[in-house]
Design a protein around this ligand. Structure first.
Ligand SMILES: N[C@@H](CCC(=O)N[C@@H](CS)C(=O)NCC(=O)O)C(=O)O
Ligand code: FES
Length: 162
């Protein structure tokens, strides 16, 4: 079924900090671009491309592609830099403890995407976190995995090696 997708995929590198990430990178449609916080020229980097509107891609296909292409994919309320719910905020803050790329879509922008994500994972709430293509759970699960060390183990092969 043809679909339109109004949500933007946000893609960024996590900083190991609860406060100010240095950089964030985003997709518009499915095209990568990078912004640097506080850089007045970053709008020049904004390059929308490859719109999904009127394409024959179903939302299930979009989600499948998202979780395949993005090692850490979060469907959330708001965006990583501006979560609009405490549960989504907590999930992002936990994941930002690790030096891994964090990608996200704001399901508040797109009610159809919201329903499609619930159907895809068979999970009724947000945030929803996928790691290396596998559905992991929501904020309480990711926090628990962080506390037990399971999350570190799961993310170690995608953490940047510096
Ligand atoms: N136990 C869940 C709680 C999340 C939760 O309750 N989310 C609610 C409120 S934001 C939700 O997504 N409700 C369904 C909806 O908004 O469609 C977690 O840890 O992620
Ligand atoms: S939006 Fe109210 S608890 Fe998440």
């Amino acid at each position: 079924m043809a679909t339109s997708l109004s949500s933007i995929l946000f893609k960024g590198i996590s900083a190991r900090s609860f406060t100010t990430p240095l950089t964030s990178s985003c997709y518009y449609g499915m095209r990568y671009f990078t912004t640097v916080s506080n850089d007045p020229d970053t709008h020049n980097d904004f390059k929308p491309a490859n719109k999904l509107e009127n394409s024959n891609i179903s939302l299930a296909d979009v989600i499948e592609q998202d979780v395949k292409d993005n090692p850490v994919m979060v469907y959330m309320k708001g965006v990583p830099d501006f979560p609009q719910c405490g549960f989504s905020s907590l999930a992002v803050r936990v994941l930002q403890q690790y030096d891994v790329p964090l990608s996200a879509r704001n399901i508040l922008e797109d009610p159809e995407l919201k329903s499609a994500v619930k159907a895809f994972s068979n999970w009724p709430t947000f945030p929803q976190i996928f790691i290396k293509g596998e559905f992991v759970g929501g904020s309480d699960i990711i926090l628990n995995m962080h506390q037990t060390g399971e999350l570190k183990e799961k993310l170690k092969d995608i953490m940047s090696k510096k």
